[in-house]
Design a protein around this ligand. Structure first.
Ligand code: SAM
Length: 209
């Protein structure tokens, strides 16, 4: 597939209607985040391996998650699962004056994502080598939180680090079958919407499986 055919598919199907997400997708090149031998497959609509048994997610899945986050230019965002740094770069492009804190539990992936983001002169992203299943309390509360690994249950520790009316997007459920949940933290309750079934690599660490 090509970049253009993916964009056409999202627009025709009305799956992705948020223009700033499409603009970010056009500007940030997925090939910059892939190993040399996989660059040819950059715009195929499936996850690709990035080493250490991890993947960079399928483009359509990433777009669905980013659209659901309702990102604003000034948001403070937490990502759990930096992986290649591709999703972080897309978020960075949408944020402009905002800031993204992205956590990665595998030190080698955190290092290489950091280098890639530096090479691309992306400045509003901080990569933190840590167990992000506990969040990153130091910079909380966040406007938005995105988890790019499967969570065994609703991650209450992350919800605590969200502002009121903040949004958390995460695949939640058993291994090999999760529901993508959009959770809005209202003053006295959580508003939960199911965005469909997905399969993600498992969340590791203290609040993982
Ligand atoms: N967002 C990534 C990208 O754009 O390439 C893809 C993420 S990949 C599907 C999931 C990532 O979550 C992996 O890199 C994995 O090492 C990381 N991960 C798993 N458990 C984690 C944890 N407890 N804290 C931080 N990262 C974690």
């Amino acid at each position: 597939m090509s970049k253009e055919s993916l964009i056409n598919y999202w627009q025709k199907s009305k799956l992705i209607t948020d223009k700033k997400i499409i603009t970010a997708f056009k500007k940030i090149l997925r090939e910059n985040f892939l190993p040399e031998d996989l660059k040819k497959q950059s715009y195929d609509d499936y996850p690709l391996p990035i080493g250490y048994n991890q993947t960079v997610s399928q483009p359509t899945t990433i777009m669905i998650m980013l659209q659901a986050l309702e990102l604003k230019k000034t948001d403070k965002v937490l990502e759990v699962g930096t992986g290649s740094g591709y999703n972080a770069a897309l978020i960075s492009n949408i944020l402009k004056q905002g800031k993204l804190y992205t956590t990665e539990i595998i030190p080698e992936l955190a290092e290489s994502a950091k280098l890639t983001l530096e090479k691309l002169k992306i400045k509003n992203v901080e990569v933190i080598k840590t167990d992000g299943s506990k969040g990153h309390k130091e910079k909380s509360p966040y406007d938005k939180i995105i988890v790019t690994a499967a969570c065994p249950k609703i991650p209450n520790i992350l919800i605590k680090q969200l502002k009121i009316d903040g949004i958390l997007i995460a695949p939640i459920g058993p291994l090999y079958n999760q529901q993508m949940l959009k959770i809005i933290k209202r003053p006295n309750k959580l508003e939960i919407k199911n965005l469909g079934n997905f399969i993600f690599v498992p969340l590791q660490g203290e609040h993982g499986y």
